[in-house]
Design a protein around this ligand. Structure first.
Ligand SMILES: [Cu+2]
Length: 359
C-alpha cells in the first residue's frame, strides 16, 4: 500500500513538472522570443524552491519516521559518552545544514535573472569573513577535542583486574577463549593449529592449561572487560552495536577493546519488552562469501558473581582434549592435569605417552 502511494506521488510530481514545462513553453511563445530566457529563469527558480521544500520535508520526515530503527538502546558506560557526542555533532550539523540549504535555494530564487535588474558590487567585508571563519573553527575544535578526549579514554589501557576474553575471527565464524581461573590467556602459536586445536594453544605454556572455549560471548555486568581480538585468515571486525564497540580483527596481531556492560540480558529483555531479546556480535568487515553468517550470541550476566559461577562451570579445553597432554613437557604434566581438572583415572595412560614437540 505504502509503495503504491509513493509511486502515485512520484507520478504526480512528474506530471506537475511536465505541466510547468508546457506552461513555460506556451508563455514564452505568446510573449515572443525575447522573453523566453526570462520565463525559463522563473520556471527554474520556482523548481529550486519546490526542490528545497520537498527534499527538506522528506529529510525531516524520514529521520523522524525511522528514528527508532537507528537508535539502538545503549548498554555500556562509554556508549553513553559516544552517543552524547554523536547527537551533539548531529544537532550542530543539522542546524548548519538546514540554514545553508534554505539560504542557498532562497538566494537562487530571489536573485534570479530579471530584465533591468543590476547586481550590487560588493568587494569584501573583513568582519563578516572573520566571523564565518572563527565561529565554525571554535565549534569544530570543541567537537573534535571532546571527541579526542573520549577516544583517548576509550582506548586507554584496561585496568589490571579487567576480565580478559579472547575473540577470534575466521571465515566464517567467531570463537571465544576464556583464560580460566588464572585470568591469564596462555600463549598461542599458529603452527600448532590443527583440527581440534583451533586456537593454536601452546601447551608448553602453563597459562594455557585452564583456558576454555566458548561458542557464546559471556560478559559480566558492571565489570571491565578487555577483549583481545585476533583473526586467523583475513580482516574481520568485532561489532557489538548495543555496547558501541567496534574493533578490527587483524591477522598477525592482537587488537584490544575495553568496556563495561551496564545492562544484563535480562534487564534488556524487560527494557525492550521483548522476552526473546539477545545481544549479538556481528562481523563488520566484508570478509568473504559467508560474511553474513558471522553472528555470535552474547550473554550479559546479572552480576559478577553470576559470571564467575559460569566461568567455574566450564571445562578447560585440555580437559576436553586430554590427548593433547602429549604436547605438555613430561615434567609439567602432573601440574597440567591438576590445573585442567582432568579426572585422576585418565592420568596414567597420558603420562606414559611419549612427548611430542612441534616446531
Ligand atoms: Cu568476518
Amino acid at each position: 500500500m505504502l509503495t503504491l502511494i509513493i509511486v502515485f506521488g512520484v507520478l504526480l510530481v512528474l506530471g506537475i513538472l511536465y505541466f510547468i514545462f508546457r506552461i513555460g513553453n506556451l508563455v514564452s511563445l505568446v510573449k515572443g522570443k525575447e522573453d523566453e530566457e526570462t520565463s525559463w529563469n522563473s520556471i527554474n527558480a520556482y523548481l529550486f524552491l519546490f526542490f528545497m521544500i520537498g527534499s527538506l520535508g522528506a529529510f525531516f520526515w524520514y529521520s523522524y519516521a525511522t528514528f527508532d530503527g537507528y537508535n539502538l538502546p545503549v548498554a555500556s558506560e562509554h556508549g553513553e559518552v559516544t552517543d552524547y557526542l554523536f547527537w551533539l555533532t548531529m544537532a550542530v550539523t543539522v542546524v548548519a545544514f538546514t540554514i545553508i540549504f534554505i539560504v542557498m535555494f532562497w538566494f537562487t530564487f530571489k536573485y534570479r535573472y530579471e530584465k533591468g535588474k543590476k547586481a550590487e558590487f560588493f568587494a569584501d567585508d573583513h568582519k563578516l569573513e572573520i566571523a564565518w571563519t572563527v565561529v565554525p573553527a571554535i565549534v569544530l575544535a570543541l567537537l573534535i577535542f571532546s571527541g579526542l578526549r573520549a577516544w583517548n579514554d576509550i582506548t586507554d589501557e584496561a585496568s589490571k583486574d579487567a576480565a580478559v576474553i579472547e575473540v577470534i575471527g575466521q571465515q566464517f565464524l567467531w570463537t571465544a577463549r576464556y583464560p580460566g581461573k588464572d585470568n591469564l590467556l596462555g600463549h598461542h602459536n599458529y603452527k600448532m593449529i590443527d583440527a581440534s586445536n583451533e586456537f593454536g594453544l601452546d601447551l608448553s605454556n602453563e597459562n594455557s592449561w585452564d583456558d576454555f572455549k566458548s561458542l557464546e560471548l559471556h560478559l559480566p555486568k558492571g565489570k571491565e572487560v578487555k577483549l583481545m581480538i585476533r583473526a586467523k585468515d583475513v580482516l574481520h571486525s568485532v561489532f557489538l552495536p548495543h555496547f558501541r564497540v567496534k574493533m578490527d580483527a587483524v591477522p598477525g596481531m592482537h587488537t584490544t577493546f575495553k568496556f563495561i556492560a551496564t545492562k544484563s540480558t535480562a534487564e534488556m529483555r524487560s527494557e525492550t519488552g521483548n522476552p526473546n531479546f539477545n545481544y549479538e556480535m556481528a562481523c563488520a568487515e566484508i570478509c568473504g562469501k559467508g560474511h553474513f553468517s558471522m553472528r555470535f550470541p552474547v550473554f550479559v550476566h546479572d552480576s559478577v558473581e553470576d559470571y564467575e559461577n559460569w566461568l567455574k562451570s566450564q571445562d578447560a579445553w585440555l580437559k576436553q582434549n586430554p590427548d593433547y597432554l602429549k604436547q605438555v613437557p613430561a615434567e609439567k604434566r602432573e601440574a597440567a592435569i591438576v590445573k585442567a581438572g582432568i579426572p585422576a583415572d585418565s592420568k596414567e595412560a597420558i603420562q606414559q605417552a611419549p612427548a611430542v614437540t612441534l616446531n
